[in-house]
Design a protein around this ligand. Structure first.
Ligand SMILES: CC(C)(COP(=O)(O)OP(=O)(O)OC[C@H]1O[C@@H](n2cnc3c(N)ncnc32)[C@H](O)[C@@H]1OP(=O)(O)O)[C@@H](O)C(=O)NCCC(=O)NCCS
Length: 159
């Protein structure tokens, strides 16, 4: 079942950081620090969105805008809330909310099959590999990019 109709998306605020950090910790072996999220909110080039349901923050996305390009730095959904199109909704909101951005990029762990599948669904393609990019995990990163013109409309049609 998807319950995306109960989800809404908005900008992340300081009050969200505890919930966001908790999702971060349950999503990554080497999570960002709490201070990293605080710092991101202070940056003018950072776009930080949360997905919220009745229980609170269910997921988040952080991206950095550089003129007409956007780099997605972090995205995660609460483990209990996955496969409900929340990450899809966050991506859609990010993309549709910034119509002037012509190019989106990101790095993803080579073994992160769910995330790679998510990005491919939106039309991201593999552009290369950064060897041992994740130093602590000693894992390569796949570089994926998306031209706005090549966006595949998501099931929830926000872009
Ligand atoms: C990757 C992640 C953000 C996906 O969030 P989500 O809300 O569950 O994703 P969605 O429900 O929007 O999934 C959309 C599509 O992505 C793909 N996908 C998502 N999770 C998948 C999984 N576990 N296995 C295979 N494909 C998956 C599917 O194509 C899915 O569409 P479908 O459900 O119709 O098959 C989530 O698994 C997560 O938080 N992982 C840990 C953090 C992480 O790895 N972040 C990415 C860093 S680069």
């Amino acid at each position: 079942m998807n319950n995306s109709e109960f989800i809404f998306y908005r900008e992340m605020t300081e009050d969200d950081i505890d919930a966001v950090w908790s999702i971060e910790q349950s999503s990554f072996p080497f999570p960002w620090s709490r201070e990293s999220f605080q710092r991101e909110l202070d940056q003018s080039h950072t776009i930080a969105l949360v997905a919220v349901d009745q229980g609170g923050v269910a997921g988040f996305i952080i991206a950095w805008m550089i003129i007409d390009e956007m780099h997605i730095g972090n995205i995660a959904v609460h483990p209990r809330m996955r496969r409900k199109k929340i990450a899809s909704g966050l991506l859609s909101q990010l993309i549709s909310g910034h119509p002037d951005i012509v190019w989106f990029g990101l790095e993803v762990r080579k073994s992160n099959t769910p995330a790679i599948a998510l990005y491919q669904k939106y039309g991201f393609t593999v552009k290369g590999v950064r060897k041992q990019y994740y130093e602590k995990e000693r894992e390569d990163a796949i570089i994926m990019v998306l031209d706005r013109q090549k966006i595949r409309k998501g099931e929830y049609g926000l872009v």
